[in-house]
Structures are given as C-alpha cells and as structure tokens.
Design a protein around this ligand. Structure first.
Ligand SMILES: Nc1nc2c(ncn2[C@@H]2O[C@H](COP(=O)(O)OP(=O)(O)OP(=O)(O)O)[C@@H](O)[C@H]2O)c(=O)[nH]1
Ligand SMILES: [Mg+2]
Length: 329
C-alpha cells in the first residue's frame, strides 16, 4: 500500500478524487462505453480501439444502399440511322426504348422533317453493364411531301454530318440502314441504299441492313429473303463485307392490337418483336469500334472544299502581293 502514498496526496484522497470523477462521468453518460472513457482527457489514453472491419463495411454498405445518386459507368454507342422515308427508322427507335412500342397511325407523308438526336440508356441485366445510346434519326430520302411543301434534295438530307457535329457526336459506332422489303425492292429503294452506303459506309464501323415490318413474317420468308439478297447483283457484293449484316425489325402496331382477339396470339407477336429487338441490341452493344465522322466518305466532299478554299485563299494572297510590288515600282 505504501506504493500509492505520495507526499502531496494521501492514497485515500487520491481514491476519492478518482471515484468522484467517475461518478460525475457516469451521471452525464448513462450509456457510457469503453470508447467514451477513452475520449475523456482525464485518463490521457491516446491509443484508440479501431472499428472492426466488418462493422465498418456494413456501415458503408448501408450508406451506399441509401445513396440517391449512385455512379454507374456506361459504355457509349453512337448510332446513325438512315433509310428512305417511311422505312421505319423512328419506329425502330421506339422499339429500342420499349419492346411494346406502338407507332402512331400510318401516314404516307414524311414524318421526321429534320434530323433528331436522342440519347437514352439501356441496362444489360445479364452482366450489369449500362449502355448510353446516342441516336441520330435522319429524315428519309425520296420523301413524299404534302401539297405545297417542297421535297428537300438528297444533298440537303445528307447534311446530317453537320447535325451530328452540333450534337457533339464526332464518332460513330454503327450505321443502321432501314429498308421495308414487304412490297419488294424498287429502283428508288436501291438508289437510296447505294447513296447511304456510299455516303456513310466505312470498313471500321458495323453496318446493319434493317428490314422492317417483319413481325408478322415467318422464318421461311426471312430465309428466302436472305437467299435472294445473296443472289442479288448489288446486295451480294455488299454482304461480302465482314462488317455488313442483315437484321429484321418490327413492332406491334395498332392495327394488330385491334384485330388480334386471343391473348396467346398477342403474346407470340410481342415475343417475336422482343427477339428481333434483342438481336439489334446485341449488334449495337458489340459494336465497340468507332470511326471519326470526318473519315466517313460523306465528309470527303467537305474536306476537299476546305482544301480548295485554302488554295483559293493562297492565290488571292499571291495576287495581292504582286499588286503591292507593282504599286511600289
Ligand atoms: N407493323 C409495322 N409498322 C411499321 C414498322 N416500321 C414502321 N411502320 C409503320 O410505318 C410508319 C412510318 O414509320 P416511321 O418509323 O415513322 O418511318 P421513318 O423511316 O422514320 O420515316 P420518315 O421519318 O418519314 O423518314 C409508322 O408510323 C408505322 O405505322 C414495323 O416494323 N412494323
Ligand atoms: Mg422518322
């Protein structure tokens, strides 16, 4: 006991002080824990107990689960949609967003007047990857206009590049060329297709020929059509390229929902559209390579125009220099 005795404070008094302090602490903190004691300067204990890893991880998990703004990494896919008027470009965008999309009533007139830019995301639930799709929906070539409206020239419609650039789309992942084959292929169809391919086609991007209105067609029709395309003088050459493939697209339109009387028939139709959509989405997701817009054939005209402009500018400067020299002489 003599060990605790000091000259300035007897052991009993020292104990009284300690007990007094403890009592006041306990009065203040009825739910006091060991760590509370550690926080008190009285004991001057600096070493802290760390929170068990599991407890901390549980806490982090709770905080994250309550986060209203979770970060999700997204892959981007820039899609350029082209095709003749009424081919089904805008409808395909609707179906991409919603497998049960129903287009507005049929009109023979061109719908999309100017290029439209849309950006939306699709989640691949199978592997948790999110894709942001930026879609340029272009007005169709060879458009049919209402009386009094002027049909815009193909050259104007092909000015899509400008539109892409103003929407900060500088690279393209995939080109979708839409064709409605249900009433055969006319020379106009073929001309338009050639124009699109010559203008936007590039070895570095994926190209899909999307044949629309295929929801009510059977497998035999699809196979026959594919066979005919591979025998066609022009398409057979096009399809030889590794980056060009044929896809089918469709939708369940109002006429079908009004005429189908059995739910099983409706289900079959929706499932068919869902599967075609799934194939289109797979093509889009797998199109990783990008090509600069300025490297597309359509931009070569603009490039040479700029080159010519610079050439002309130099000629004018040379001429002015000559004039200056002559004036000084
Ligand atoms: N059943 C069915 N109808 C379709 C399909 N695609 C288009 N349609 C119909 O055709 C109409 C015109 O289709 P749009 O998608 O507007 O055609 P577009 O290529 O965008 O035409 P423009 O904007 O005028 O160049 C739609 O309103 C639908 O009624 C399809 O796959 N299946
Ligand atoms: Mg359209």
């Amino acid at each position: 006991m003599s060990y605790f005795k000091t000259k300035s404070m007897p052991f009993e008094s020292f104990l009284d002080v300690v007990l007094g302090c403890l009592r006041s602490i306990l009065k203040k903190k009825t739910t006091m824990t060991v760590s509370d004691l550690y926080e008190d300067d009285f004991f001057e204990i600096k070493a802290r107990e760390t929170i068990p890893e599991k407890e901390l991880n549980d806490l982090k998990r709770t905080i994250r689960s309550k986060d209203n703004f979770p970060m999700e990494e997204a892959k981007t896919r820039n899609i350029l949609m082209v095709g003749r008027c009424r081919a089904g470009k805008s409808t395909a965008i609707g179906v991409l967003k919603d497998p049960c999309y129903e287009p507005k009533g049929m009109s023979i007139f061109a719908e999309t007047v100017n290029p439209k830019f849309q950006s939306f995301s699709l989640d691949d639930k199978r592997n948790g990857t999110k894709y942001t799709l930026s879609v340029i929906d272009t007005p169709g070539l060879k458009e049919v206009c209402r009386l009094g409206e002027n049909a815009r020239s193909d050259a104007v419609i092909l000015n899509t590049i400008n539109y892409c650039l103003t929407n900060e789309i500088t690279k393209i992942n995939i080109l979708l060329i839409f064709i409605a084959f249900d009433i055969g292929v006319s020379n106009d169809d073929l001309d338009s297709f050639k124009t699109f391919l010559q203008s936007f086609g590039h070895k570095g991007i994926q190209i899909r020929i999307c044949i629309t209105r295929a929801e009510s067609k059977g497998e035999v029709w699809k196979q026959e059509l594919l066979e005919q395309l591979t025998q066609h003088e022009y398409f057979s050459e096009v399809l030889k390229s590794d980056n060009v493939k044929v896809l089918f697209m469709g939708c369940v339109d109002a006429v079908k929902t009004e005429t189908i009387s059995h739910i099983d028939d409706a289900k079959n139709l929706y499932v068919k559209v869902y599967k075609m959509r799934e194939e289109l989405i797979a093509s889009i997701f797998s199109a990783e390579e990008q090509v600069m817009l300025v490297d597309l054939p359509i931009a070569s005209g603009v490039k040479s125009e700029v080159k010519n402009l610079f050439k002309l500018q130099n000629e004018i400067l040379d001429y002015l220099k000559m004039c200056l020299i002559l004036a000084q002489v």
